[in-house]
Design a protein around this ligand. Structure first.
Ligand code: DQA
Length: 147
């Protein structure tokens, strides 16, 4: 399978950014771990981070042509604002899991609404960096059972 992992704005600062919410692990090690996990299982995984909404949208459009089977996305602050990213995911109709490092429901009220949760296969929030590997595990399980 071909899996795309999308990280939204400010996630390039993981490890140094508000560690009480987002942990000590940086994005490079999260990505490395995911790539290795996918490879070990015989699959391909491509991580992509951007602080720009349009670049994330373009990556989703590209995913359609690159035969991406599944997307794992942490839209970061765009979770709570981006109808455009939501529409892009609906347009390509690639199944996805929404991941948040922090438990967004235990934080400010403006983080409680997501433009993605109702169209996601599932949501993982509050389990830190581990959330990504759990999402990958779930994605591989779902894909294996759909063939
Ligand atoms: C986040 C939660 C968002 O509310 C926040 O804007 C982020 C990160 C998380 O991973 O916990 O940037 O998506």
């Amino acid at each position: 399978f071909n899996i795309l992992v999308l990280h939204g704005p400010n996630l390039n600062l993981l490890g140094e950014r508000e560690p009480k919410h987002y942990g000590q692990t940086n994005l490079t090690s999260i990505n490395q771990q995911l790539v290795e996990m996918a490879q070990t299982a015989g699959h391909q995984l491509t991580p992509f981070q951007s602080n720009a909404e349009y670049q994330l949208i373009e990556q989703i459009h590209l995913a359609h042509h690159q035969q991406i089977d599944f997307i794992i996305i942490n839209p970061a602050a765009f979770t709570h604002t981006s109808i455009a990213l939501r529409d892009a995911l609906l347009a390509v109709a690639i199944p996805f899991i929404e991941v948040h490092l922090s438990n967004v429901h235990a934080r400010e009220p403006f983080r409680h609404h997501s433009y993605f949760s109702d169209i996601a296969i599932g949501v993982i929030s509050g389990l830190g960096a581990q959330g990504y590997s759990l999402a990958l595990q779930a994605a591989l399980f779902i894909l294996s059972n759909s063939r």
